[in-house]
Design a protein. Sequence first.
Length: 165
Amino acid sequence: MVLKNNNGFSLIEIIMVLILLGIMGAMAGMGIATFAESFVFSRQAAEISGKAQLTMIRLSKEFTHIKTVAAASATSITYARSNDAGGTTNVTITWAGASGDDLTLNSDTLIDNVTSFSLAYLDTYNGASNTTWSSDRRIIAVTLALTGPDSTNLTFSSRITPRNL
């Protein structure tokens, strides 16, 4: 009687293990790729959001110190504000109106690649918004939209009450 030695693996078993390892490796690779894409997306969105928040803070500080408004529309405003020397400084904030244009303060770029920018002027906080300025207006509503990663729209808005009007 001859005893058969069954130690070791057959060729079929080895092939099945390799196929299963390949499938698991492919799934792990897709998970790692998705994680990497998510990380890059988040980093780009955070960078754009940071720039937008810095711009909104600057606009808020500028508008808080307005003394008089010379001209205002839905995409630009020219005004005089208090300066550190106790006098006034004339300032113009404008956006040309085309997607991708810069938002500027006295021809200096505040933020680039602006998708849309709008200013609205209100008599009261919940009052009707107007696209033109009058002496009755007490609140400026600012809306800034940028294109984020993967063409997502990032919109930032604020309402600012000038102190010196």
